[in-house]
Design a protein around this ligand. Structure first.
Ligand code: SAH
Length: 269
């Protein structure tokens, strides 16, 4: 949809786009078509879309998917999408971070940037075949960062453990109306078996969260302050003098197993 068309629909709906809800609408249909191509929909697939807005992606989804389910927070936009596509779309009106997500094969979202991070963590708790997500460029950089770079983060490690993450396309800010203050990147996530084994996933993720809370500190310093182990149990643990941000996901996995083993041997604290 061109900006003029978007403006006139929003006028009719008496809707003023808000930054709070991340309401910037994609004006380039070719970008939308490519996003849906990248998703690789197979016949019979159920596709979940978060934040359809005026339906720029939804339009291509209903042509190809077995079933399309959309989650939209905005009452007026939810009604608009429901009217536009009728029975071809099952609409869940609500907050994608709160509502119970139905099961789905593929996921797509030009996601409101304020919820990128929690939405992706939530997404990764589900089983699915592929996901296409448009995020702020800087956020995409963090998702695919290498160890020891400024962008390497808790997000990088958590995503890497569960999925392959590819940057597919840069989308400049002028392809949206109203124009946001940032450029965007289209990402594809493809879940795969973890590239390394850990004894206890829950503990691994807890440790990752804890470590990246102080990513410039030394591992030993962070572990000493954590309640995972008593100080005397730190003897012989690897990487104590390395900074958190220098460790690869695999090294953090090994560290998690060692800490977990020692912790298991002691009474719960
Ligand atoms: N996908 C459309 C719209 C992008 S704007 C496009 O590319 O043009 C972001 C959309 O997400 C808006 O429709 C907004 O109302 C919706 N939204 C914002 N926060 C949401 C949330 N927490 N859950 C579901 N939808 C949300």
């Amino acid at each position: 949809m061109r900006p003029a068309e978007i403006k006139s629909v929003l006028n009719e709906l008496q809707l003023v786009p808000t930054k709070g809800k991340g309401q910037s609408f994609l004006t380039d249909d070719d970008v939308a078509r490519r996003e849906v191509d990248f998703l690789g929909i197979e016949p019979g697939d159920t596709v979940l879309e978060v934040g359809p807005g005026l339906g720029v992606l939804t339009r291509f989804l209903v042509e190809r998917a077995g079933k399309v389910i959309t989650v939209e927070l905005d009452r007026k936009l939810a009604a608009f999408v429901q009217d536009r596509f009728g029975a071809k779309v099952e609409m869940v009106r609500g907050d994608a971070l709160e509502v119970e997500l139905p099961s789905f094969d593929r996921f797509i979202s030009n996601v409101p940037y304020s919820i990128s991070s929690p939405l992706i963590f939530r997404l990764l708790e589900h089983e699915f075949k592929s996901a296409i997500i448009m995020v702020q460029k800087e956020f995409a950089d963090r998702m695919v960062a290498a160890p020891d770079s400024d962008d390497y983060s808790r997000l990088t490690v958590s995503v890497y453990y569960r999925a392959k993450c590819e940057r597919l396309e840069q989308v400049p800010r002028n392809r949206f109306w109203p124009e946001p203050e940032v450029d965007s990147t289209v990402l594809r996530l493809t879940p795969r078996p973890p590239p390394f084994h850990v004894h206890d996933e829950q503990f691994f993720f807890r440790l990752v969260e804890r470590l990246f809370g102080q990513r410039r500190k030394k591992i030993g310093t962070v572990l000493k302050k954590s309640d995972f182990l008593r100080p005397e149990q730190l003897d012989g643990i690897p990487h104590l003098d390395d900074r958190v941000e220098a460790l690869s996901p695999e090294q953090i996995g090994t560290l998690a197993d060692i800490v977990w083993e020692r912790k298991k041997g002691t009474s719960p604290r």
